[in-house]
Design a protein around this ligand. Structure first.
Ligand code: NAP
Length: 175
């Protein structure tokens, strides 16, 4: 199973706000996220799933939760209680790639098993000490930058850089 995390990060790895809504508007990133996830199986934390309600058309989210009572009322949406269970669900459906779509706890849960990072690095400082963050990861050594694309600022929004990293891994991956 290829595990791919896709995220948008402001400076200091901030991915959201302690007050709720994502603190930037970047239509190009939204379009990129939609294109990358269309038709895919996605792993989403229960909080992000609640936040993105109604957004998952043409995608198969697996909601990660520790709550054994949790049910989604949307046909085709799945629930898993661990990363291993989510991977088993996807594999059982013949899927070979799982895209991790956040939020912070879910990225952190999946990071040890993540093979690829697709990161939009946004040139924006967010003044929010308690904001959720992407987990720390080492860009030298463990991860190799495969591609990078500069996105100049548009319509008063921040500039960004789209980066893709692959993990340099031996034969240690078990799933
Ligand atoms: N910038 C981006 O690319 C991006 C993308 C997505 C989300 N976000 C932001 O991220 C923030 C939400 O992040 P978050 O960390 O608070 O929430 P989250 O990761 O979306 O959801 C957290 C919940 O997921 C479940 N969970 C996570 N790890 C688990 C594990 N190992 N086993 C079982 N269940 C697990 C738990 O659900 P239960 O409580 O039900 O047990 C946990 O409370 C929001 O601000 C959102 O806007 C940003």
């Amino acid at each position: 199973m290829l595990v791919i995390s896709i995220a948008a990060l402001a400076e200091e790895r901030i991915i959201g706000s302690s007050k709720g809504k994502i603190p930037w508007k970047l239509p190009r990133d939204k379009a990129h996220f939609r294109a990358c996830t269309a038709g895919r199986w996605l792993l989403v934390g229960r909080k992000t799933y609640d936040e993105m309600t109604g957004w998952f058309e043409d995608r198969t989210p697996i909601v990660l939760t520790s709550d054994r009572e949790f049910r989604t009322n949307v046909s085709g949406h799945r629930v898993a209680h661990s990363l291993a269970e989510a991977i088993d669900l996807a594999r059982g459906a013949g899927v070979s790639e799982l895209m991790v779509c956040g939020g912070a706890h879910t990225y952190a849960t999946a990071l040890p098993m993540t093979d690829r990072l697709i990161l939009t690095r946004i040139a924006l400082k967010v003044d929010d000490e308690n904001a959720p963050r992407f987990p720390e990861f080492e860009t030298s050594g463990e991860w190799q930058l495969i591609s990078a694309e500069e996105w100049p600022a548009e319509d008063g929004g921040p500039a960004a850089r789209l980066e893709m990293y692959d993990r340099i891994r031996g034969s240690d991956k078990m799933i």
